[in-house]
Design a binder for this molecule. Structure first.
Ligand SMILES: *Cc1c(COP(=O)(O)O)cnc(C)c1O
Length: 411
């Protein structure tokens, strides 16, 4: 298919068609093999010498046709509108964390990372606990305070990476990617953006000047909650400069052919799903916002959100599928809500077709020191909702009946 002839929406629907399949398979087969046969010694020699005309694959940790096909569409999703879109490539990893840690190890080595304080839990833990042992220190800073960022970059020439998330938990804070990218360029620092929550449906950080995009493909890219996977997307020249493919090969966190195939399958409906996730989430946010049992709703699509204008300028087609809200009744109300929902699934994660709900204070963050938890913005009554693609009336009706069952605190 001529890549640029059709829209990225249509390209995504067709992304898993194999070229020259010997049996004419309609969808990309799962090349479930660890190694590949060479036709001849010369064929194998050419592969390892990276000469044209030899074998295309040797061993699945180094490359696999099903994984290659997935990587091609991921690169298109993040970079198809760029003038140098042919130079954008993607590497698929065994998990979002494999993608993130491998990118940080390769790009920040023996240097400093400047990151926003509200980061995905494991990313924050990696930067605070393991990365320092590898010679990578992190300076946590509000990345929307551009003066503070400028000062930090000026005063710390050892900064190698700026790391941000397009929408960060729990307050759904959004960073100004192009303003940060300008500073990153001025100080010759690599700017990495985790676009898991934003997704390329709404925002493509490379178009706004970011250097590298990382993903947990576990979430919206797959969309069905059937796998763990990740990706790094960026310009070939940059990924090569940092030897990212070699890091992946030797650290070994490569995606499997089966997971790649599931992702190719999930991606066919990516645009449809995101459209519905965003529409439903906006409706749920508006509903919760006027509910008397709810103190506050955090969703960048609400005009009351501090980053509403910034997000509206940067995002297309909505504001993603995750929101959080604070219950008037605090901790007890959170527990009761979890116990009363019937349609919403009580589970962590996001980006599945069904609506997932969780109460961090009694679940994911229950063992965390209370003071640290509150500092991180995870209040007693905070609830996280990853809105699915069910009929919106049903989602709202479920929340309505569950909220109505919350009993007022006594004493
Ligand atoms: C889930 C998630 C990750 C980690 O991805 P895994 O696939 O679980 O390893 C990283 N960043 C964000 C924003 C996530 O939501």
């Amino acid at each position: 298919m001529n890549k640029s002839k059709f829209s990225i929406e249509s390209e995504t629907v067709h992304a898993d068609h194999p070229k020259n399949d010997p049996f004419g398979s309609h969808v990309m087969p799962i090349y479930q093999t660890s190694t590949f046969q060479f036709d001849s010694v010369e064929d194998g020699r050419k592969f390892f010498a990276q000469e044209e005309g030899g074998a295309t694959h040797s061993y699945s940790r180094l490359g696999n046709p099903t994984v290659d096909r997935l990587e091609a569409i991921l690169a298109r999703l993040e970079g198809s509108d760029l003038p140098d879109s042919d130079d954008i490539s993607a590497l698929a990893f065994s998990s979002g964390m494999a993608a993130i840690s491998t990118a940080l190890i390769a790009m920040a080595k023996q240097g400093t990372v400047v990151a926003q304080p509200a980061l995905y839990g494991c990313t924050g833990q990696f930067l605070k606990e393991e990365a320092p042992e590898l010679g990578i220190d992190t300076h946590f800073l509000d990345l929307n305070d551009l003066d503070a960022l400028d000062k930090a970059l000026k005063e710390n020439p050892e900064v190698k990476v700026i790391y941000a998330e397009t929408i960060a938990n729990p307050t759904m804070e959004v960073v100004n990617i192009s303003a940060i990218a300008d500073l990153a360029e001025a100080y010759n620092v690599t700017f990495i953006v985790d676009n898991t929550f934003g997704t390329p449906y709404h925002v493509r950080p490379l178009e706004h000047g970011a250097d590298v995009v990382v993903h947990s493909a576990t979430k919206y890219l797959n969309g069905h909650g059937t796998l763990i996977g990740g990706a790094v997307v960026g310009r070939n020249t940059l990924l090569e400069e940092f030897n990212l493919a070699t890091y992946r090969k030797n650290l070994g966190g490569v995606m499997s052919p089966f997971e790649s195939w599931l992702l190719l399958n999930g991606l066919k409906t990516f645009n449809l799903r995101m459209e519905r996730h965003a529409e439903n989430t906006m409706g749920v946010a508006e509903y919760l916002d006027q509910h008397e049992g709810v103190n506050k709703v955090f969703y960048p699509g609400l005009q009351s959100h501090p980053d509403y204008n910034l997000t509206s300028d940067m995002f297309d087609g909505g504001y993603g599928g995750v929101l959080s809200f604070e219950l008037e009744g605090g901790f007890e109300a959170g527990v009761q809500l979890m116990e009363n929902v019937e349609l919403c699934t009580l589970a962590v994660s996001l980006g599945t077709a069904d609506t997932l709900i969780q109460h961090p204070a009694s679940m994911t963050h229950s063992v965390m020191d209370e003071e640290l938890r509150l500092q991180a913005g995870i209040t007693d009554g905070l609830v996280r909702l990853a809105v699915g693609i069910e009929k919106i009336d049903d989602i709202i009706a479920d929340l309505k009946q569950a909220l109505a069952k919350i009993e007022p605190a006594t004493g």
